[in-house]
Structure formats: structure tokens, C-alpha cells
Design a protein around this ligand. Structure first.
Ligand code: ACM
Ligand code: ZN
Length: 751
């Protein structure tokens, strides 16, 4: 009896201990220790080797910033954090061990000890922890744990860049991808070409919200760049925090700011302005030798500034139209026996790659650098889904995964009406947490080429540093755990619970963050009985309450359990998360449902939507939710350069007189209405008869935001087929000209 209760006691104790640790990213191995160190007793820090001084100082400064505690410079015999360099230890690995007399030993490589200190920092400042009572053995799962920041679309001062680096360091991220040049601003001083900054770092204003057409500018000039001295300061600051800064110099596209300063390096020597809108410009670098020399000069200065192994050269979104009509580019194609402009892009990148390689560095570029053939030493950053990464790894090239649907932190992260305007997409913390950087499709022998992953923060719609933090955090925390803890990570519910404590850590560090983990996600599900809703939030110990009755007070809303809620008629659903005191934790999420004959019926698309825009799958077309503008990514299915056949099965013969589909038009995002839509009906799903066709002329006459409707004499049918033909390519003069257009569909409405 006695033994049994002791066992239970130990078991309970270990549960308590493990839950008391709210460290993010969670250590890969943590074990209860019989030695306890009282956090209050910790008073000093000492190190075995002078190279550890900077680790100790940075840690002490972080600790002091958080809770004012000042560690003694003079080591004591008790209450001391002992940093023990282990030259044999693996890079980035550490152990943390509580010792007698309230001492703690952190042992490992130089970077490992830094990560051990970051673990200790979170633990020591956790209001729920009184003791350090477990030993940790820890090491990262991935080599490349990155965050990117675009300082071109909006400029951020050095002080913020350093804060961003601190945010990375606090989460054991080790790579800062600094996007320094783009169409809307050149942000790095290049001594040989001063006009890059004196002209290229300035734009006369910025487009307001999404006022592309008609264009509305804010009439506020924007300028800013970093001197080489400032850049060195950032590199040193990052290096002390074991973070590598990877610079990105965009070429041959996204180069309008450079071409404003030096128009002689474009195909057409015309005067342009630093862009004030977003999107993809057809004004790109010419592939002539003079441009290559110009870029080599720039890279010389970049390489001598940045010690990183990798130099990012962009390579994404390069419209080829100017090359098609340029004598120099066409001469390059002919003389080098290239098939087309894709091979010309590859020719250009290979030249730059050879130059970077000759300097002992490695080229990294966005996945478009695969097109026309990958340069011999290039590493690929896969952003248009995972396909580029898979293709590169299969060719034994290094890969960093940044697929949009998991890693673009400029996407929406919640559906509340109060979310700030974003570029599009829908990427929740839970989605990020579920990311597996190694694609299941990749053969085992190629998996070692996946270096890791990275979160990207493009700042078109993110004008302030507070807003950058809001978009980056806590999605960054989730990605940090994906990359550090890897497959040993816990379930999302456990992470989200730790994140609540981590929020207080973020607050103490004055880091702004989004609270969308408290949002309720209303998930649609199509069952035999039609449209059903499931209320979802992974946090344990809270209650989801909802109502479809606009007159009810929150206190009278229904509690949701796991029973799905059937939607039989058009309704407005509101839901929120409440704690056990009945206090609302997040904001109210509200969603309107328009129920029609198609709602909740079976629907199929051929081909399936792109994995990039397939949130919710085919159900999205019959879930009663009509996609809104600005689009938030989750309400729309998207296809690139494909005609789509949509077949709806009404289940039984039904009388119908009208069919419409909601399509999206957003030229800045390369999204176009279809060129033609055909309507077909069938009783048996085999023999179809055509009931109508809407042609380009009719579609062009539609009012902005309205959808094409087929109306006809009532008829009885079971199957309805729509064939949507996409436009062949994006027209000249539009963002993304000559590329495949996207076709986006939201709701199919049948009456
Ligand atoms: C990108 O998002 N254009 C790499
Ligand atoms: Zn040219």
C-alpha cells in the first residue's frame, strides 16, 4: 500500500513538473531530476572559456530586461549558472543540469550553450516556475531555422531589425534572411553605385490599401537605406546571438528601384520610377554582359560585408516579355544555343552562381531558378508550394522550405473582421504547427537535402514594426518548434497551452503578438444530411459558445460540444471562446451562410485545386460561404493556368432555374475571371446537355464584384456541370504579364 501511493505521488509529481515547463521550442529530451535549483537563489553566472563571455552577457541583459534581476559578475560558490564549453559537442547541442547548492550547469558547443541559456531564460521568468527541477539534453532537428523580413516594401530602422533578431534568438532560430532590394526600394549602400541609394531608396508615395485600379496614392514619400557600417553592426549583433544574416539582392526581376537609378541595365533604356504599387513588374534586368558586370560589382561589396555561406539572389517572378523583344537578350539566346527565355533566365542565374561560387560562397534563390535548368551549386528556396523543393532535393541540391500556405506570415491568421488588411491567404498558428518540412513524397535518400524551413514576412501591407511583430508572432513560435523540436513535438493543444504562458514572456519582452489562438474556427463539413458546422479550438479547459440568434446575450449562447450543427437555412453564426469564469477569451467570430439548392451537396472539381489554395477542399464551393473581398484565402479555391470542370450532384432530380458561380478578380495577385463558362445538365451523370454559355464579352461587362448567372426556364436535373475556361496568359502591361493566370472560385449557387 505504502509503495503504491509513493508511486502515484511520483507519477503525479512528474506530471506537474512536465507541465510547469512552458519552454518554446520544447526541448527534445527532458527528465525530472532529483536535484532542485531554486530560481530565486540564482545570483551569478560564470564561464569556462572567454569565448562564452558574450553568451553570458547577452543572457544577463535579456534577464535584466525581463524582470530586473541583475546577475553578479563575480561568481559565487552557490546559485551560479556555470557555462561549460565542450569542444566535442555537436554544433547547437547543449545539456542543462541542476547541481547541488543551487548551481546549474549548461554544457555544449558555443552556440549550444546560447540555446541552453535561452531555455533557462524562459524557465526562470515563467511565473508558474519556482525551481529548475529537470535535466535537459537538447539539439535542433533542422539546420536552417529561418525568418525573413522584407525591408523594401516598407522600411524599418536598424533598431527594429535588431529587435527582430532578438525575437529570433529567443526562439532558437538561427537564420535571418534580409530582403534588401525590390521594386519599391533599394536598401543597401553600394559604394561603387551611389545612385542605387540616392535614387533607388526613395519613392514618392505608397498605394493606399488595395487601390490598384483606380490607383490612389497616400502622397507620403518613403525613403531609407542601411549604410555599410549599419549593416556590419547588424551582422555582429546577429552573430553574437548565433544568427547568420543571409542578404538577398533580387535579380533579374524585382529590380525596378535599381533600374530607376541605372536604366542602362534594363532592356529598354527608358526612365522609370521606383514603384509605389505592389505586384510583379515586367521591367527587369537585361541579360547583357554589362548587367552581369554591374551585378558582380554589387555582389563583391555584398560578399565582403556578409560572412554568410549563402547569398540570396532572388530569381522569382521574372516576366520574360522585355527579353523577347530585346536585341541583346535574343543575341544571348542565339549565341548560347538556348531554347527560350526560360533557358535565358537559367543562363543568367548560372553566370551569377559561377561568380558567387568563385568567391567561395553558395547561391540560394527562389524556386523559379529551377526553370530552364538549375545552376550547379544553387540551393532552392521553395515558396510556390513544395514542388520546387522536391524537384531540387531529387537533383541533390539543398532546399529551404517556405511554402506559402504554411510559411507566409503575411497571410491572414484569423477571420475576425478586425484583422488588419493582408495580402491574402489564410495561415493559422495551428496550420504552421502542423507543418512537416520533409515532404512525404520525397524519396528517403534525398531527405537530407531539406536543410529546414523559414517564415517569410513580406511587408506590402505591413507598414509598421508593431504590425510586423503582430504578423510574425506567434506563428514564428510554432515554426520554431517545428524546426527545433521536430518530430518530438507535442500535439497542438499542448503547444497552444504553453503558448498562453509564453504570451507573458512576449509581453515582458515588449513583443507585440496576435491572439488568434483564442479564435473559434468554424469548420464546414458535408454529410449525407447536408451542411454541418463543427466548432473548433484546440485549447483545453475552455468552452466554445455560439448562437444563430442575433437577439441573445452572450451569456445565453449555447455551449458547443462535438455534435455537428446542421444548417438548413440561411443564417448568421457567431461563436467565441470563454473561460470557466464566463469571460470571453478572444473576439467573436461571425460567419454568414447563404443556403441554396447546392449547399451541402456533393461537388467535385477536375483537376483538383492547387494545393496552394485548397483550404477546405471542394466543400468550399458548397459551404454556404460566399467569398468576400478583400479575399482572405480560406473562402476561395484557386487554379493556375487550368480550365476547371465542376460537377455538382443534387442527390435527386430537382427543379432549378438559375445557376451561378462566384469568381474572383484581383489582377495584382494574378487572379482573373474566366474567359468563358459553359453550363451543362444531366439526369444520370453520364449524358449531359448544354444549357448555356457565357462568353468573354458578357464577362467583361459584369460589374466589379458581381458574378455571372445562368437563368433559364425551370427544368428538372440531378447533375450540374460548369466548365470554366481560364484566360490563356496574363495580358501584356498587367502584373505577371505572360505568366499563367489564376482562376479563383468561391460559391456555387443553384436556385
Ligand atoms: C516570393 O514570394 N515572390 C518569393
Ligand atoms: Zn535585354
Amino acid at each position: 500500500m505504502y509503495k503504491k501511493s509513493l508511486f502515484i505521488l511520483i507519477f503525479l509529481f512528474s506530471q506537474v513538473v512536465l507541465y510547469a515547463q512552458n519552454i518554446i521550442p520544447f526541448p527534445t529530451s527532458i527528465q525530472l531530476s532529483s536535484t532542485n535549483v531554486s530560481i530565486d537563489a540564482i545570483q551569478s553566472i560564470r564561464f569556462s572559456d572567454e569565448v562564452l563571455r558574450s553568451n553570458a552577457e547577452i543572457f544577463s541583459q535579456y534577464l535584466q530586461n525581463i524582470n530586473g534581476k541583475i546577475l553578479l559578475a563575480k561568481p559565487a560558490s552557490n546559485g551560479t549558472i556555470i557555462l561549460q564549453l565542450d569542444k566535442q559537442a555537436k554544433q547547437e547541442a547543449y545539456t542543462l543540469t541542476p547541481l547541488a547548492n543551487n548551481n546549474i550547469e549548461i554544457k555544449g558547443s558555443e552556440s549550444g550553450i546560447f540555446y541552453g541559456l535561452m531555455t533557462l531564460l524562459q524557465w526562470m521568468t515563467d511565473p508558474n516556475s519556482k525551481t529548475i527541477n529537470a535535466s535537459i539534453q537538447d539539439q535542433p532537428s533542422f539546420l536552417w531555422r529561418g525568418m525573413h523580413l522584407d525591408v523594401c516594401r516598407h522600411f524599418f530602422p536598424i533598431a527594429f531589425v535588431k529587435k527582430y533578431i532578438d525575437i529570433l534568438a529567443l526562439h532558437k532560430m538561427n537564420t535571418f534572411h534580409w530582403h534588401l532590394t525590390d521594386d519599391q526600394g533599394w536598401r543597401i549602400e553600394i559604394k561603387k553605385y551611389p545612385l542605387l541609394t540616392s535614387i533607388g531608396s526613395k519613392r514618392k508615395e505608397t498605394m493606399m490599401d488595395k487601390h490598384f485600379n483606380p490607383y490612389i496614392g497616400d502622397q507620403i514619400p518613403v525613403e531609407g537605406f542601411y549604410t555599410q557600417t549599419e549593416i556590419k553592426e547588424v551582422i555582429d549583433y546577429a552573430s553574437a546571438r548565433h544568427i547568420t544574416v543571409v542578404p538577398e539582392i533580387e535579380m533579374p526581376g524585382h529590380s525596378v528601384a535599381a533600374l530607376t537609378a541605372y536604366p542602362q541595365f534594363a532592356c529598354k533604356d527608358s526612365i522609370v520610377d521606383v514603384m509605389t504599387t505592389w505586384g510583379v513588374s515586367s521591367n527587369v534586368f537585361c541579360t547583357k554582359d554589362a548587367t552581369i558586370h554591374f551585378l558582380e560589382d554589387i555582389l563583391d561589396e555584398v560578399i565582403s560585408l556578409f560572412p554568410s555561406k549563402y547569398i540570396h539572389i532572388g530569381g522569382d517572378e521574372v516576366p520574360k516579355e522585355n527579353w523577347k523583344s530585346c536585341a541583346a537578350c535574343q543575341k544571348n539566346i542565339k549565341e548560347n544555343h538556348l531554347k527560350n527565355e526560360h533557358e535565358l533566365q537559367s543562363y543568367f542565374i548560372k553566370k551569377i552562381d559561377a561568380y558567387i561560387s568563385s568567391k567561395g560562397r553558395n547561391t540560394i534563390g527562389w524556386d523559379e531558378i529551377l526553370e530552364g535548368g538549375l545552376a550547379p551549386n544553387a540551393t532552392v528556396m521553395s515558396w510556390r508550394g513544395e514542388e520546387g523543393g522536391i524537384a531540387a532535393a531529387k537533383q541533390n541540391h539543398g532546399v529551404v522550405m517556405t511554402p506559402g500556405s504554411y510559411c507566409y506570415f503575411d497571410h491572414y491568421q484569423g477571420k475576425k473582421a478586425t484583422e488588419p488588411l493582408a495580402i491574402g491567404g489564410f495561415t493559422t498558428v495551428e496550420k504552421v504547427y502542423g507543418y512537416q518540412p520533409i515532404p512525404a513524397l520525397l524519396p528517403k535518400q534525398n531527405r537530407k537535402y531539406i536543410l529546414g524551413a523559414q517564415g517569410n514576412v513580406w511587408t506590402e501591407y505591413i507598414p509598421t514594426s508593431d504590425h510586423v511583430e503582430y504578423m510574425a508572432v506567434p506563428r514564428l513560435c510554432a515554426l520554431a518548434e517545428v524546426l527545433w523540436t521536430g518530430d518530438k513535438r507535442k500535439d497542438y493543444g499542448n503547444f497552444a497551452k504553453r503558448l498562453i504562458t509564453h504570451f507573458s514572456f512576449l509581453e515582458k519582452n515588449k513583443i507585440n503578438y496576435a491572439k488568434n489562438i483564442f479564435d473559434v474556427e468554424i469548420k464546414s463539413n458535408i454529410s449525407a444530411s447536408g451542411l454541418q458546422l463543427n466548432m473548433h479550438n484546440a485549447l483545453p479547459n475552455y468552452t466554445i459558445k455560439y448562437t444563430m440568434d442575433t437577439t441573445l446575450l452572450e451569456a445565453d449562447w449555447k455551449s458547443a460540444d462535438s455534435t455537428p450543427i446542421s444548417i438548413r437555412q440561411s443564417a448568421n453564426m457567431k461563436a467565441a471562446l470563454f473561460n470557466d469564469k464566463g469571460e470571453k477569451m478572444g473576439a467573436v467570430v461571425s460567419q454568414s451562410y447563404v443556403v441554396n439548392l447546392a449547399t451541402g451537396k456533393k461537388v467535385n472539381n477536375k483537376p483538383a485545386a492547387s494545393s496552394y489554395y485548397n483550404h477546405g477542399g471542394n466543400t468550399t464551393l458548397v459551404d454556404g460561404i460566399i467569398g468576400t473581398l478583400p479575399w482572405t484565402g480560406s473562402e476561395w479555391l484557386g487554379w493556375s493556368g487550368k480550365n476547371v470542370e465542376t460537377i455538382l450532384d443534387l442527390g435527386t432530380k430537382t427543379t432549378v432555374h438559375s445557376v451561378s458561380m462566384h469568381y474572383l478578380s484581383d489582377e495584382a495577385s494574378w487572379i482573373y475571371l474566366p474567359q468563358q463558362i459553359e453550363l451543362w445538365v444531366s439526369i444520370d451523370g453520364k449524358q449531359y446537355i448544354q444549357k448555356g454559355k457565357i462568353t468573354e464579352k458578357d464577362i467583361l461587362q459584369l460589374e466589379k464584384g458581381s458574378s455571372p448567372v445562368f437563368q433559364f426556364e425551370p427544368l428538372s436535373t440531378r447533375f450540374i456541370k460548369l466548365v470554366s475556361t481560364c484566360i490563356p496568359k496574363i495580358p501584356a502591361g498587367k502584373p505577371g504579364a505572360t505568366e499563367d493566370a489564376w482562376l479563383f472560385m468561391s460559391e456555387l449557387v443553384v436556385e
